[in-house]
Design a protein around this ligand. Sequence first.
Ligand SMILES: [Zn+2]
Length: 174
Amino acid sequence: MSAPATTDTFSFSRLKSPRQVGTVYKDGPVVVIREAVLEEMLEYSELDLTRERGGFLLGGVYGQSPQYVVIRHFHPALQAQGNSASLTFTHETWATLTRETERSFPTETLVGWQHTHPGFGIFLSGYDLFIHKNFFAEPWQVALVVDPRKREFGFFHWRSGEVWDCGFVCAAEL
Ligand SMILES: [Zn+2]
């Protein structure tokens, strides 16, 4: 798979028919996602209604106050599935994923991660927070949780030094 050329600039005002979902906080990074990527992640999430699955969010970070974290690609973490009820990202998983994403999307930044909670709702567990604080500690790195049974999902971002839920903006083209 070859990565498409990346634009090194981003202009919120030039987005075509952006759609805001939930509350967008400007004192944390504003999540902007390509519609097709969101759909791709929701479809991937619905492929397993019993076990957690996850993946990486790739894109770019632009501007200050507000800062935009733009999600252009999704890389599924098939290795992380395992057989357990909860998603375990081992060091090997992280190393493999990092290698794969660097190869597939050399010009894109790892802006966050996604995982599923089949049937138990949208929140970050203690273990999820551990992962976020240890592996996604940059102030612009975000998390997406999807419940494929309840068909709900939500983003989380860093705000005032803590991880909070947040709304997002999606658009057909970024
Ligand atoms: Zn979780």
